[in-house]
Ligand binder design. Sequence first.
Ligand code: ZN
Length: 180
Amino acid sequence: MASPTPAEPGRPFVEGPLCIDLLNTTWRSNGETVDFLATREGVSEFSTANNHPLSPAASRHAQHNLINAREVIRQLFMGGDPTEELDDVLDEARVTRSHDGTGITITGNSPENALSIEAVVNAIEEFQTRKTRIRSCAHDDCVLWFLDTSKGGRRRWCSMERCGNRAKARRHYQRTATTN
Ligand SMILES: [Zn+2]
């Protein structure tokens, strides 16, 4: 059986924590939105890359859970209040106390939800510690997210190569087009 291929070979690389990595499984390519999680192959690749390899049987539910978690994280970062949806995702989470009793970890309870729960917990942590540093790219035709770890905190682009330079080129073109 032929498998559908994504419009771009591989995901655009943007460094960052798991929650950002999950958000960046959709991106724009030649005016179209690409969803890396639309195929089981994509889900499997994303899961393996994040240390949760899936069996083929688990990948369908994992796909649903990851897409759900991605939407919840997006709403949270865009200033929405996805409390109920967060509740739903975390419903199947398992809380474990560390051996010395000083810390707790929140994990999934099955391969199907392990990564989506980990991503949502990571998003909550990032949101609570550095909300203003979580941003979406300033380019009009880009839906990628990043965590601004720069000293000044003024980063605007997912990456200079991908969006910073094309925005600069466009401004340059507009300037020269109006003065000529
Ligand atoms: Zn961008």
